[in-house]
Structure formats: structure tokens, C-alpha cells
Design a protein around this ligand. Structure first.
Ligand code: ADP
Ligand code: MG
Length: 373
């Protein structure tokens, strides 16, 4: 099925993937994937392990040959072009540097391969080293560097060749939390200062949300949704995306009906949720829908409160997270519901094992027809 995510008026496309497919024997790594990557954007491939992210990147870089489909970079069909002729910068999780070679020569590698004049190699390498804050380490062997420094060398090496596209395959996964946060900022700055079209791979949704212009959510070799981070969070296209992006509470199937401006979600044997009708809720009365609520859309209220959208349950756990606390409440007929509140007062106020009341802010609910979940 040919489906294009491009809309008329899009900026020029740096990479165009058309029905790209990769089979490994009977395993499908990437399944007829069609995608346009805009010039200069920071695009993230996000999905669980094994969903085909690395395979897709490998096909763009050229070291994995597609079973079918076309790969066009900067207007040129590269499907059958050798990797070293593609002008694509590549960084992996495990660096792939030359451990016994010094920083300068590692960064200069791609330029020497291209047989550029010596003066230009020196100049570009020096700029790459400065850009990635590696000055003073030029003569150091790579194996004498920290993980973060090694990853900066790998990025510098990929960038100095002035690639048409920069591919980053989980480059931060091996780094500890603080270093990862710092490198995320540096990658953002690098992208802003170079304007390089960047395809970044991660299985970490937080990393994807914070870095990307657009995110491609993948599952089982297929694109689930392509959207900007906020759009993905607020209007996931299906249950997989809703559950993969951020934390979410999935409610049991409910019968949808509308009366005037009020929508009602009736959960059999449990009760009703009421919400002002939203334009995107275009279901016919009687449709079975699945609803999703983010933890911040579930609000603890005073015990004994009743009314629409109020449900009582038993506190199962508090997860203290510093500025916020996640509280898990088991509600009969609905299941385990997570709420997120500021501070830690709730831990003493609502001890584990006691009953508490939650109000569901259903006006912000994400509703999907069950057939799509
Ligand atoms: N060389 C290979 N031989 C056989 N199967 C492979 C090979 N490379 C990847 N696969 C399979 O293809 C699917 C996608 O893998 P991959 O692209 O590495 O996923 P991801 O990078 O998203 O974790 C997985 O099922 C994986 O086992
Ligand atoms: Mg991978």
C-alpha cells in the first residue's frame, strides 16, 4: 500500500522512503514502509526493541540491502549505491571508533577516505573537534576517553564529512542518566547550529519527546504514527501509540452516546463518565470505544465526594518521584489507575490499603473506536 505522509507545501524532502521492505528469512524486519523526511528536521524513530529501527537505518546508510522498495536521498535514488558513496554520517550506540588511534585521526578518518587536501582535512577536523568540545584531547587515544567523550568523537567523525543526513542509532543508550541528559542538550545544539537533517533512533519515549521535531512511532516493522511530540501525546492514532508515549490509563470498553453537548461513556456494571462533546469524537451513538486518561487527568478528591466521574478504590502503592508522586489505585470494574500529583503529602494522607476517591477529567480523554485499538 502506497501511503505518503507528505502534504503539499512541505519543505523539500531530504530522504524519501518508498515501500521499503526487509525480510530476514521468514522474519519481516521492515514492512513496506513509506516515509518522507524533511530537509533539516530532527526526526526520531521510536519503538520497542525489535520493531525495525536499526534495520531501517541500515538500509538508509546502505549496509543493509532492502528486499524491496526505494531509498531516495536529496533527490537521488541510492537504493543500489555503495554505502561509502552515500554521504551519510553514522553514529552507533557502541561508538565503532578505532580504539588505538588518537582523537584527531579518528575524527579525520572519513575526510582521509575521501582524499581531501591535507589543509582542508586539518581545518575541518579542528572545527569538528571544537564543535564537540574535544579540544585538548586531540592526541589522546580513544580507549583512554570516557564513554561520553568517545561518543562525542563518534559524532564529530560523522559530522565533519558534511553528510546529507546524520543517522544516530541509540547513541546515548550506553551512557548514564546525567551524561545522557547532557548529551541530549549537545545533540540539540549540534542540530540547531549545523541544520543537518538528523534521523535519531531510540526506544526511550522521554528522549524522543524532548529532542524531536517529529517522531515516527514504529511497531513490528510498521509505522504507527508520524507526528510532532505534542500531537503524539495528545492525539495518539491508536492504542499502541497511546500506551507507548507517556504513561496512560486504559479504561475498559465503554458505550459512547451524545445528548446535546454532553457525551457519555457508559462502562457496563461500573458507571458513567460525562464530558463536553469534542469535535473529534464523531462516533455514532452506541459505538463501543476505548478511552485513555493520562495520570494528570485523574485527580484525587476528598473522601466521600460523589458526582459524575467520581470513582472509589483502594490505594495500592505510592511511587515517590521527588517533585511528584505517582499513586496507584485499584478500582473495581475498572482496574489499576495511576494518578500523578505534586509533592508527597498524598503518601501520608492516603495510606496504602485505604480507600480513596478519584475524579476522572474525561473532557481530556483520548477516545478510540475499539476496532482501531
Ligand atoms: N541480521 C539479521 N538476521 C535476522 N534477523 C534480523 C537481523 N537483523 C534484524 N533482524 C530482526 O529484524 C527485526 C528488527 O530488528 P532491528 O531493526 O534490529 O530492531 P530495533 O533496532 O528496532 O531493535 C527483529 O525481529 C530482528 O530480530
Ligand atoms: Mg536497534
Amino acid at each position: 500500500m502506497e501511503k505518503s505522509v507528505a502534504t503539499p507545501g512541505d519543505a523539500k524532502h531530504a530522504v524519501q522512503l518508498r515501500n521499503v521492505r526487509k525480510e530476514f528469512g521468514s522474519t519481516i524486519g521492515v514492512n513496506d514502509l513509506t516515509l518522507d523526511i524533511r530537509q533539516g528536521e530532527f526526526l526520531t524513530l521510536l519503538g520497542p526493541s525489535g520493531c525495525g529501527k536499526s534495520t531501517l537505518l541500515g538500509m538508509i546508510a546502505g549496509f543493509i540491502t532492502p528486499t524491496a522498495g526505494r531509498i531516495v536521498v536529496d533527490g537521488t535514488d541510492l537504493t543500489h549505491v555503495e554505502p561509502y558513496k552515500r554521504d551519510i554520517g553514522l553514529v552507533f550506540q557502541n561508538y565503532a571508533l578505532f580504539p588505538h588511534v588518537n582523537v584527531f585521526d579518528n575524527v579525520a578518518f572519513g575526510l582521509k577516505m575521501r582524499k581531501l587536501p591535507k589543509a582542508e582535512i586539518e581545518e575541518r577536523t579542528r572545527r569538528g573537534i571544537a564543535m564537540m568540545k574535544l579540544e585538548g584531547l586531540e592526541k589522546r587515544r580513544v580507549r583512554q576517553l570516557s564513554g561520553g567523550q568517545q561518543q562525542r568523537v563518534a559524532v564529530a567523525r560523522a559530522v565533519v564529512i558534511q553528510p546529507k543526513v546524520l543517522l544516530l542509532d541509540e547513541p546515548l543508550s550506553a551512557l548514564d542518566k546525567n551524561l545522557r541528559a547532557q548529551m541530549q542538550v549537545e545533540l540539540s545544539e549540534l542540530h540547531r547550529s549545523t541544520g543537518l537533517t538528523t534521523i535519531f533512533v531510540t526506544h526511550d519515549q522521554g528522549e524522543a519527546l524532548s529532542l524531536s521535531d517529529r517522531i515516527v512511532v514504529m511497531n513490528k516493522g510498521e509505522v504507527q504514527q508520524v507526528a510532532a511530540p505534542i500531537e503524539l501525546y495528545k492525539t495518539p492514532a491508536n492504542g499502541f501509540v497511546a500506551s507507548f508515549i507517556g504513561e496512560i490509563n486504559a479504561l475498559p470498553d465503554a458505550r459512547y452516546s451524545v445528548d446535546g453537548d454532553t457525551a457519555t461513556l457508559a462502562i457496563q456494571g461500573v458507571g458513567e463518565l460525562k464530558a463536553p462533546r469534542r469535535p473529534e469524537w464523531s462516533f455514532a451513538n452506541g459505538t463501543t470505544v476505548r478511552s485513555f486518561l493520562r495520570p494528570e487527568q485523574v485527580v484525587p478528591v476528598e473522601f466521600g465526594s460523589t458526582g459524575p466521574n467520581h470513582f472509589e478504590g483502594v490505594v495500592e502503592a505510592h511511587i515517590y518521584q521527588g517533585a511528584q508522586t505517582i499513586t496507584r489505585v485499584m478500582i473495581e470494574g475498572i482496574g489499576l489507575i495511576q494518578t500523578r500529583v505534586n509533592g508527597a503529602d498524598i503518601i501520608a494522607r492516603q495510606p496504602v490499603g485505604e480507600r480513596m476517591v478519584l475524579r476522572f477529567e474525561a473532557d481530556d480523554a483520548i477516545l478510540l473506536p475499539t476496532g482501531f485499538v
